[in-house]
Design a protein around this ligand. Sequence first.
Ligand SMILES: [Ca+2]
Ligand SMILES: [Ca+2]
Length: 285
Amino acid sequence: MKPMLLPVLAVLLAAAACSSDKSPLHLTGVTEVAGRQGVATDGTCYYVSGSTALYKYSLDGELLLANEQPFAAMTGDVNHIGDIDVHDGEIYAGCEYFMDGVGENIQVAVFDAGTLEYRRSIPWNPDSGQVECCGLAVDAARGHVWMADWVHGEFLYCYDLATSAYVGKVMLHPVPQLQQGICVLMGKMLISCDDGDAEKEEPDHLYICDLYKPDGTLARDAEVRLFRTMDDFRRTGEIEGLTFNPVTGAITVLANRGARIILGMPKGFYEGYDREIHELYTYQK
Ligand SMILES: [Ca+2]
Ligand SMILES: [Ca+2]
């Protein structure tokens, strides 16, 4: 185990052992960004996804680079990016053509983290049953990349990082509703869910589960537990992607506020807002 991962593991284990009210994670900073979908960090900068764009920020929140034509070099129709991850100098982005409640041409699109240019894709296996990709996570230690499904959230779907082969899926119990982002560390999966209704000022939540058996193979089922109630956003809204900082052990979550989103459709703004604000909330033990 790398020494730098020890504080990260300590955060995970301590937080998982606590109820949401006793979570040891506290808010250390809020940074406004341009994207509304996902976030990833390698400890040196933040990568942020909008629905149709990728951005690179310094850890202080300075915009360093943008790619607002990320689909130009990709094969087939693509119109949506969900949550993202970063691994070994590359951004992994859950991409698809989303229309009428289902995704087509679902893929893990890989971009150069230095230039934000498209490199290649891991295609989805339609026979897996997955019909949408809201987010993904790279488990570098196990050589896997996982995809989550906003429409049918019963399963998480696993692909081989080296060969792109479909490995299998793990069933979630209970099923987290309206998943948005996922993030893996030490075989545990954190899941962000937009399950609080902003109309009723309900907070959204993070959940945690184990995806592997002790022998390292995929579990058939995973028990999902509440990790944290996100009741400290500046206004209730839409939680999106999330990431770990592998250097500091901080958890960063992207959240949107201000826009009224009813059944997934924008319906104007809440009082005091004339636009939707996208922010990174960072938490540390
Ligand atoms: Ca999303
Ligand atoms: Ca919400």
